[in-house]
Design a protein around this ligand. Structure first.
Ligand code: V47
Ligand code: SF4
Length: 364
């Protein structure tokens, strides 16, 4: 059935999408600004279905956050602490082993591991983290660190970015999550996350990671001080890098949660904005295969709905999420595999359990 548009201009965008004509900056702005949510959703859903049919993915994964001590103190972060602050922690290798062993009977496929920039931890600690995971769970895929940690490791070790990536890879790093980019804009960087690497460095490091044969995800943190133009530009920067490297597997729009942050006056995002970010990213990122509706940030019900607005993945079981819950997320800290399947099937779609690289995991 042909889509019905309340906003006539969306017909032109639909024609482009149907004919595989790349959308430009102004199309991105227009999609963000139109009030015809369902018109835009039909285009994104058309694209999503042409790529994935009615398949929706999830993964059996476990998050591991080895330290919350961080020198950067981004204004949007509720997770980071200073050294002696109450609630600060850093795992020893015994702690890492213990946390992994607690879930050893579960069929975890991927360990998603990130942490703060803790100046008390030497380069060798990061190598030990990888070795410890491989020792306890030899078959798991380690998806760990971001461009922010790679830059930090290069600084503390005096090794080049290429050397750091090669050593992490040798010790078991197979993929990297998409964090750390926030909004690829000098203005937002200056205001919110000055001590973290900037747009140019993030793009430069990720290009090197991709060139070393490591795939990554990418993200965008929205719902704070960013402008619509900055969001569209961010997506276009990612698309341009993907044209060069083809190293991104999935994009995850991250909805800002302000509780316990320096930006606690900012109200939480609305469902309309959340769905718009899914729609626009599906349509602008024509070269990135997967768009994740991250249930931790969107809430389970909206993430499920987003599967009809361009998303094709709900992320995973997670088992214990800490970063967004420090900032007041109301979703669960983890979910059983059955819950992921139920959310997808109740959305009228086919649930596919996947590995980190979106290969189907066969039951049994
Ligand atoms: O880079 C920090 C964001 C990111 C808050 O690749 C916040 O599969 C909302 O990148 N409210 C880390 N967001 C999380 C991340 C991620 C998550 C899930 C899957 C994948 C993947 C990657 O979390 C940070 C930052 O952008 N963040 N504080 C907050 N208060
Ligand atoms: Fe540190 Fe990451 Fe939090 Fe920024 S978002 S303060 S880099 S833990």
């Amino acid at each position: 059935m042909e889509p019905v548009f309340l906003d006539d201009k969306l017909k032109e965008i639909f024609e482009k999408v149907k004919n595989n004509v790349r959308l430009d900056f102004n199309d991105g702005l227009y999609l963000y600004e139109t009030k015809d949510l369902m018109g835009a959703a039909q285009i994104a859903n058309f694209k999503r279905r042409s790529l994935h049919g009615d398949r929706s993915f999830f993964i059996y994964n476990q998050h591991l956050n080895y330290t919350n001590i961080c020198r950067n103190r981004c204004l949007f972060c509720a997770y980071a602490k200073d050294y002696c602050e109450a609630g600060s922690y850093q795992y020893t290798m015994e702690d890492v082993e213990k946390e992994l062993l607690e879930k050893i009977d579960e069929p975890v496929n991927e360990i998603h591991m990130v942490g703060g920039l803790n100046e008390g931890l030497p380069y060798g600690y990061y190598i030990d983290l990888l070795k410890t995971i491989k020792k306890v769970r030899p078959d798991v895929t380690i998806k760990a660190f971001t461009a922010v940690e790679i830059d930090h490791l290069s600084n503390i070790s005096g090794k080049s970015v290429e050397e750091v990536i090669a050593e992490l890879k040798e010790n078991g790093l197979e993929m990297m999550p998409g964090g750390g980019a926030e909004v690829l804009s000098y203005r937002v960087h200056k205001k919110l996350f000055q001590r973290k690497i900037n747009k140019d460095r993030w793009l430069e490091i990720i290009e090197k990671v991709h060139n070393a044969g490591i795939k990554t995800n990418c993200t965008m943190l929205y719902g704070h001080i960013e402008t619509v133009e900055e969001k569209v530009q961010h997506l276009i920067y990612l698309r341009e890098l993907q044209d060069k490297t083809n190293g991104f597997i999935a994009f995850i729009p991250l909805a800002f949660h302000s509780e316990n942050t320096k930006l606690s006056h900012i109200k939480e995002t609305t469902a309309f904005e959340d769905l718009k970010n899914i729609i626009v990213s599906r349509l602008l990122l024509d070269n990135i295969p997967h768009i994740k509706a991250y249930w931790v940030m969107l809430g389970e019900k909206l993430a499920q709905t987003a599967l009809h607005f361009g998303a094709d993945d709900l992320d995973g079981t997670i088992l214990k999420e800490k970063i967004t819950h420090s900032a007041g997320a109301k979703s669960a800290v983890g979910h059983a595999k059955e819950t992921m399947i139920r959310l997808i099937e109740k959305a009228g779609m086919k649930a596919i359990e996947r590995d980190a690289f979106y290969n189907e995991v066969k039951a049994g």
